[in-house]
Write a protein of this length. Structure first.
Lengths: 415, 226
């Protein structure tokens, strides 16, 4: 059977039933538009969330000292566990699966002055591993604090980008001297703007960072506020945590099963939960889009049924001059598929235009930062094409079967 | 060519059984021009449907070109209608949105003929019925007589063994009807076998053999009159 011939006649027929066929096509276009937009928003949300999540750091665990909850080796419960520098060195040495580790000291309410401008913000004291681990990447021209800074307890400060803006405005900050609690510090770098969704103590953009050793010396601190470490593989995280309990338990003499002795913020576990949730959201969005398309396909099936009814006589004539059942079927399935393809193409084109336009709108604040970047992907394109194909075939199949069952004699009488 | 023995066709409408054909014996030879006449309800159409392989007899034996029709599947019947039988209808039955050319092309499409060969055949046939200059016209741009010519070209395009025409002049004025009858006679003289269903004596006057049908039985004409 010549598909081209059928196609030609069908396009001719389109002119006769313009309005009805275009309504059906726009139904499919609308369904396609919905499914692509929903999936693209889901994908965009997922990617933006992933990016925002990486703002804190990837595969990192934030650990605080807790209170023992079990008596152990003759010691009472309720003892407070506090970390020191040595703990960091010990964990780094004993657990090879910890790729990066750093102490962190908090210094809240620090006065910072540049020129005649004074701000009160948080300063933390950390080690150079923070740069990679906690994504403290410097903007062009600057650097994060380094090993020598730590060794020599240099008075250098790495500024969060918001902090820099508030203190310096548009002026260059790198190389300038600011005072931190009345002690002069040299600015080595400014944080490169990043999205950060999870945080403790405040956003990285709003704080200053100095070498841990410097902070310890100036403030005379013994105890850390927390330890941050990064594992080399997500899967190792639980085992690493267990080792941490054993090593610190031995040192501070608490049972390694005493889970109140150390407190954790495990971003790895958290990400898994978030990921599952996002997959759930995407499936849900896809389902809504799919249902919209399904309704559109009911429209196509409906118009095809009407078409079969209207062309009963024509089917009879074709059967009389030698059309087999499959010829009749082919015609209706082809028509339904064409409607699906044309509608799908139009819907996809509109969706792409909308997505491109939306992505072009600059948003850096609020929920739109997460939602404003719909992303069209090959997976979405394939999923949509497959669904459209199924919809087209299904919408054509049942009417086609009805058409093929038409009795030629009856239909010749039918005018 | 056509051989019918005791052919009956009974329509079972649930409570009532309608005996449309009650035992037809008919023999049609290659090259005949034959008219089947009879009042409405006499079974003319049913007979033509069976002859044209659109329907099968309830009982009896029908062979076309040596093939026993009852034994064939739906697809095989479609093939026979496509290649051995050419239908011409009272109301022309052309596809309204297709050109004269495309209408004539349709049976060739069903037969799976190549595009090149189709072009050759369609052009040849449309020339033969005198519509070489109307190939791209839609049915509604043609007169009734011209539409019937297209329909005849369509019926002839696969070189059928037999042409079956159901009241071919019924929807035409007398001049056009006369022209169509002349065309049929031409085709007949060229060696085609033609069966016509009609109740118009003007039509049957053109036919060397007339079969009269009444109440599902052949009244006379079962014998060839020469």
């Amino acid at each position: 059977m010549s598909t081209w011939y059928l196609f030609r006649l069908f396009t001719r027929e389109l002119k006769n039933q313009k309005k009805r066929i275009w309504l059906t096509v726009s139904g499919i276009a609308w369904g396609t538009l919905s499914i692509i937009l929903l999936l693209s928003f889901g994908e965009g949300l997922k990617r933006q969330l992933g990016k925002a999540d990486r703002g804190l750091g990837v595969n990192i665990v934030i650990m605080y000292g807790g209170q023992t909850s079990q008596v152990y080796q003759g010691l009472p419960k309720g003892r407070r566990i506090r970390f020191t520098d040595e703990d960091v060195a010990m964990l780094r040495q004993k657990i090879p699966n910890i790729t990066r580790i750093s102490p962190e000291y908090d210094l809240y309410g620090t006065t910072m002055t540049y020129g005649n401008k004074t701000l009160t913000e948080r300063v933390t004291g950390v080690e150079p591993s923070f740069e990679e681990m906690r994504t403290h990447y410097p903007d062009a021209g600057g650097r994060f604090i380094n090993k020598i800074d730590v060794e020599q307890r240099r008075r250098v400060i790495f500024l969060g980008n918001d902090l820099k803006d508030r203190l310096f405005g548009d002026q260059e900050a790198i190389g300038e001297i600011i005072t931190v609690n009345n002690i002069p510090f040299k600015v080595t770098g400014v944080l490169k703007r990043k999205m950060q969704m999870s945080m403790y103590g405040g956003p990285d953009a709003a704080k200053g960072t100095i070498p841990a050793s410097t902070l310890k010396a100036i403030e005379g601190r013994t105890y850390l506020s927390r330890i941050v470490y990064q594992v080399n593989q997500t899967d190792y995280a639980p085992a690493v945590k267990k080792e941490v309990f054993e090593i610190l338990g031995q040192k501070y003499r608490f049972d390694s099963s005493d889970d109140k002795a150390l407190r954790f913020w495990d971003t790895i576990e958290q990400r898994e939960v978030a990921n599952n949730m996002l997959i759930g959201i995407q499936m849900f969005l896809g389902l809504i889009g799919g249902l919209t398309l399904l309704i559109a396909s009911v429209g196509v099936a409906n118009i095809m049924y009407v078409s079969v009814k209207e062309r009963t006589h024509e089917i009879g004539v074709k059967r009389a001059i030698g059309a087999k059942r499959k010829h009749i079927k082919q015609q209706f399935i082809l028509e339904a598929l064409l409607i699906a393809i044309v509608g799908g193409t139009i819907g996809t084109a509109i969706a792409l235009v909308l997505i491109t336009a939306l992505r072009g709108i600059p948003v850096s604040e609020g929920p739109l930062e997460l939602l404003g970047k719909p992303t069209f992907s090959l997976t979405i394109a394939l999923a949509t094409a497959i669904i459209l194909g199924i919809v087209g075939l299904a919408a054509g199949f049942f009417p086609a079967r009805r058409a093929a069952k038409v009795d030629p004699i009856e239909s010749l009488r039918y005018e | 060519m056509i051989h019918m023995e005791e052919v009956t066709r009974i329509f079972d409408t649930g409570k009532v059984q309608v005996k449309a054909l009650r035992g037809i014996d008919l023999e049609i030879d290659t090259g005949e021009l034959l008219a089947i006449m009879g009042p409405s309800g006499s079974g003319k159409s049913t007979l033509m449907h069976i002859m044209g392989c659109l329907d099968t007899p309830t009982s009896g034996k029908y062979t076309l070109d040596g093939e026993l029709i009852q034994a064939l599947s739906d697809n095989e019947l479609a093939d026979i209608r496509n290649k051995k039988i050419g239908f011409v209808f009272q109301s022309f039955n052309l596809l309204p949105y297709a050109s004269a050319y495309e209408n004539v092309e349709l049976p060739l499409i069903f037969a799976g003929i190549s595009a090149k060969r189709r072009h050759q055949k369609v052009t040849e046939l449309l020339e033969r019925v005198g519509l070489a200059d109307r190939m791209d016209h839609k049915p509604n741009e043609l007169s009734g007589g011209q539409q019937q010519r297209v329909a005849i070209a369509r019926a002839m395009v696969n070189n059928p063994r037999i042409i079956m025409a159901d009241e071919p002049t019924g929807n035409l004025d007398s001049t056009s009807g006369e022209e169509i009858m002349n065309l049929f006679r031409e085709l007949w003289k060229a060696g085609n076998t033609i069966v016509m269903i009609t109740h118009d004596p003007v039509v049957s006057d053109h036919c060397p053999r007339v079969v009269h049908l009444k109440d599902g039985l052949i009244e006379n004409g079962a014998m060839q009159l020469n």
